[in-house]
Design a protein around this ligand. Structure first.
Ligand SMILES: [Zn+2]
Length: 254
């Protein structure tokens, strides 16, 4: 039993309705398109809330400049390391290097994004992540795809180029699902949405995120509507049969 988390940076829930590949995967997913992220709806604060299952005012990162979280808070990768779980992290936005303390992740790989809007870095990142997943068989792997957010800032949220980038991300999600075993679980989400050429506000367009759980086995899940990005870490520990950290505020999605 292993868990893969794929996060598509800046993917609005309503853009999923415009992705042909997402539509075909839909029947295999338990999901909500009305999940919420934390405020400010900015990449690094949202990611730190994902791994620490706490609001930004608790973990301290409120901009894209990382602030070490207090000792009273524990990160997902540290909890997994303490439980001797093998973990991998593949990403193409450099600031995410701070999502774990040094030595907490078994394998990390960073890909410098110089090629948007075609998303080739997403493909490279996913290709290596797939190889790692199949050969190394980690207990947990986090694949971060940054291209949709780049395209949103450059061409606008919900622009044709943006919708195309969302579809490209869902093709990666489909291909990653193909390499999973029946008792593995795939979680798909976003850190925030966006409007115009930006995000960061309390507007629904920025704060609402999709949260999807896919399993190839017979297990059927139901995701509650008021799900939060802070619910992801406790979901992962539940799937891996680990006790969640007592500092975490989220509740498992399943
Ligand atoms: Zn982001």
């Amino acid at each position: 039993m292993a868990v893969m988390l794929i996060l598509v940076d800046g993917m609005r829930p309503d853009s999923i309705n415009m992705s042909e590949t997402a539509q075909t995967l839909r029947k295999e997913m338990a999901y909500t398109l009305e999940g919420s992220t934390v405020y400010p709806s900015v990449t690094l604060p949202c990611h730190v809330s994902l791994v620490t299952s706490n609001e930004p005012d608790v973990h301290g990162t409120t901009t894209n400049v990382f602030v070490p979280w207090p000792e009273s808070v524990s990160g997902l990768f540290e909890v997994l390391a303490k439980n001797r779980k093998k973990t991998g992290f593949f990403y193409n936005w450099e600031e995410l290097r701070d999502l774990a303390l040094p030595g907490s992740i078994s394998h990390t790989a960073y890909y410098k994004p110089s090629d948007f809007p075609d998303g080739r870095t997403n493909d490279l990142c996913a290709r290596d992540a797939a190889e790692y997943w199949s050969e190394e068989k980690p207990d947990f792997m986090f694949l971060y795809l940054g291209n949709v957010d780049y395209v949103g800032h450059a061409f606008g949220w919900m622009s044709d180029a943006y919708v195309k980038a969302v579809e490209q991300s869902w093709r990666i999600i489909r291909d990653m699902k193909e390499i999973m075993l029946p008792d593995d679980t795939l979680i798909v989400t976003a850190d925030h949405g966006g409007h115009g050429y930006e995000h960061g506000s309390r507007m629904d367009s920025d704060m609402m995120i999709p949260l999807a759980v896919m399993t190839l086995g017979s297990e059927k899940y139901q995701i509650r509507k008021n799900a939060s990005i802070m619910d992801i870490a406790p979901t992962i520990t539940k799937l891996l049969r680990i006790v969640p950290d007592s500092s975490w505020k989220g509740i498992s999605l399943i």
